[in-house]
Design a protein around this ligand. Structure first.
Ligand SMILES: Cc1ncc(COP(=O)(O)O)c(C=O)c1O
Length: 420
């Protein structure tokens, strides 16, 4: 085991809750995770000791600003951003993406092409589709293979040309669980002078993220999907953020993240984000040394964070294997994603399935009756469900374990689905 799972679970107060003596089993994590004590402490410490607006000469405001700066530093370490100045906090990934898409619109003109994908959550589709409508851009679609659940990079090669100015792609799918080769995709975009905007919401909770190694231009994620509160984070390449015009009020800062952090920020949310990243650093300290070895180029907290994510990835591979094998053994079940254990490096443990004779909503309700939390439908992955031909039949059931879930919890879910 990469870490002591009971020690991990003890950090999350919500995991020990029961209703009428029945434990809660949280497998709704792709829609939002539970939070460790560190997040609760950081958030309540903020509210008690430093609750104030930005930029004042007095104690609470100065402490609040120092906390916010530390949250930016921690987020930069999590994503390996070259500077905390490249970290923009915001309400959520969707709002940040709408904002940056409007700014990027200043650099685009009618007839320019953008590439969107059939695998993305609508938050990385519709901001760009609407921008294309506003500006007369041409949208090209990168599909995915319905058998491999992956992009065909030859298809991307055919779509991409000097006319393409932007490519919006997901790092991991919230519906298929596929991890995409964002490094190769970004380099293909760069070769024709196009920018890459990466939706990493579903990858960041599951593995080490390194924007410099990926070579993308923007990467967005959501803190509440990686054990913090409801907040979004956008990383943008420094020179791009500096050059991009921002929709902002005049007194707000003209440089750095403040330019895009419009209005008064949720500083308690940033405190929670800091707490979530500190929790990951703590987990990294507990993890076995083999997970640390690839991160010799980092030190201190940053090394611990990335070690934690490597350990999480290794543990979650065991969860994926157990869950997929168990689902496939149930009659009438189809898993819609990578099922070959040899390819589990290419997936996160988010697993979607359908079962003949049962609607996804019925299965989710049956599980809810046993206090097992899962989602059904399209979870805003509109294009994925359409492309799989499942839009009319209620989509799929989504089981989304994270590193605090156990094999025993998955067994309980499998038992209920089997007995339906
Ligand atoms: C892949 C993906 N992208 C984007 C989003 C939207 O994130 P937010 O709620 O932070 O706007 C989600 C939320 O479920 C998601 O799963």
């Amino acid at each position: 085991m990469p870490f002591d799972i009971q020690q991990i679970r003890a950090q999350f107060p919500a995991l020990s809750l029961e209703d009428g003596g029945v434990p809660r089993i949280y497998l709704d994590n792709p829609a939002g995770t539970q939070v460790p004590k560190r997040v609760i402490e950081r958030t309540s410490e903020y509210m008690i000791r430093m609750n104030a607006n930005h930029g004042g000469p007095f104690r609470t405001s100065q402490d609040s600003d120092a906390l916010s700066a530390e949250a930016h530093r921690a987020a930069a370490e999590l994503l390996n951003a070259p500077s905390p100045e490249e970290i923009v906090f915001g309400a959520n990934m969707t709002t940040l993406t709408f904002a940056i898409s409007r700014s990027l619109g200043h650099w685009l003109k009618p007839g320019d092409e953008i590439i969107l994908t059939r695998m993305d959550h609508d938050a990385n589709v519709n901001p760009w589709r609407l921008l294309a409508e506003d500006l007369g851009l041409e949208v090209k679609w990168l599909s995915f293979n319905r058998e491999t659940y992956q992009y065909d990079l030859d298809e991307l090669e055919r779509l991409i040309s000097r006319r393409v100015k932007l490519l919006a792609v997901n790092y991991a799918s919230n519906a298929l669980g596929t991890i995409n080769d964002v490094k190769t995709i970004s380099s293909m975009a760069r070769a024709v002078g196009a920018l890459t905007y990466v939706d990493a919401v579903q990858y960041v909770p599951h593995g080490p993220t390194d924007v410099q190694a990926l070579g993308c231009d923007f990467l967005a994620c959501s803190v509440y999907k990686f054990f913090g509160g409801h907040q979004g984070i956008l990383w943008g390449r420094g020179e791009l953020l500096e050059a991009l015009p921002a929709y902002k009020v005049r007194p707000a800062e003209d440089h750095g993240p403040g330019k895009f952090e419009t209005g008064t920020q949720s500083f308690e949310g940033q405190a929670g984000a800091l707490g979530a990243i500190e929790y990951l650093a703590w987990l990294g300290e507990q993890a076995r040394d083999i997970y640390r070895q690839p991160f010799g180029h980092f030190s201190g907290r940053q090394q611990n964070i990335h070690t934690a994510m490597a350990a999480i990835k290794a543990y979650e591979k065991l969860l994926s294997a157990h869950l997929i094998k168990g689902l496939q053994a149930i009659s009438g079940v189809t898993v819609h994603g990578i099922t070959d254990p040899g390819q589990f490096d290419k997936r996160v443990p988010t697993v979607t399935f359908t079962r003949e004779g049962f609607s996804p909503a019925d299965i989710a309700r049956r599980l809810a009756a046993e206090n097992i939390f899962v989602w059904d439908g399209d979870y805003y992955a509109v294009e994925v469900v359409k492309h799989l031909g499942l839009a009319e039949s209620g989509g799929m059931v989504r089981v989304g374990p994270v590193h605090y879930n156990t094999i025993a919890e998955l067994d309980r879910l499998l038992e209920v689905v089997r007995e339906m």
